[in-house]
Design a protein around this ligand. Structure first.
Ligand code: SF4
Length: 208
């Protein structure tokens, strides 16, 4: 069951502290300033789950637009969004040539790479399976804390890993509905393809 807002805040802060300390993916955190955290109402009716922080989700205007769409079509007030993988992987030829990680970060507060002394030139890429599996427990913990009515799972990989975790995955297609412990999981197209008609398709499957 969902906790009170105050209790949820305490538990989320405690979990975020652990995320900040997490070193499970050593290669990722070397070149990362800060892991991506969830944001929004801490007693949400809907939780939006994205695979990782990308160019689309980094732009708060996109998030606000998407939230407003869902609020309007689903008649909801309280929404929270979060990520399946907290540390953004980057492709970098310089880093690939270094075979000893040592201590400390390779990126400064101003995003200067300590290896090249230039602004980080790493190219954001999608997380791999090992990173998803390493990070998934944080998302499952967040879901358990917030226990929303609706979970919007954006993209095939989010649907696959989240639904498999609850043993309710039966292959991916967008606009499917699954239920588990009084939560309704809705599979969706990728976040950057999500429009008004996708939202209407999702709300229409609630009554089926
Ligand atoms: S991606 Fe997740 S599991 Fe990996 S280091 Fe970051 S917080 Fe830890």
């Amino acid at each position: 069951m969902a906790g009170t807002r105050e209790k949820n805040i305490r538990r989320i802060i405690e979990m975020e502290d652990r995320i900040c300390q997490c070193q499970r993916c050593l290669a990722l955190i070397k070149c990362l300033r800060k892991p991506s955290m969830g944001k929004g109402e801490l007693d949400p009716e809907a939780l939006l789950v994205f695979e990782y922080e990308n160019n689309f989700t980094r732009d708060m205007n996109n998030i606000i637009e998407m939230r407003n769409l869902i609020k309007q079509v689903f008649n909801l007030e309280k929404i929270y969004h979060t990520f399946m993988v907290r540390c953004q992987p980057k492709a970098c030829t310089l880093r690939q040539s270094v075979n000893c990680y040592g201590h400390g970060k390779w990126i400064n507060k101003d995003h200067t790479c300590v290896l090249s002394n230039k602004t980080c030139e790493g190219i954001p890429i999608r997380p791999g399976t090992a990173e998803i599996i390493a990070c998934l427990p944080f998302l499952l913990e967040e879901i358990e804390i917030l226990h929303p009515i609706y979970l919007f799972l954006f993209g095939e990989r989010v649907a696959e890993f989240v639904l498999k975790s609850y043993g309710i995955y039966n292959g991916f297609s967008a606009n499917q509905r699954h239920e588990h412990e009084q939560m309704i999981f809705l599979t969706s197209v990728d976040e950057n393809e999500f429009r008004l008609d996708n939202c209407h398709q999702l709300v229409s499957i609630l009554s089926k």
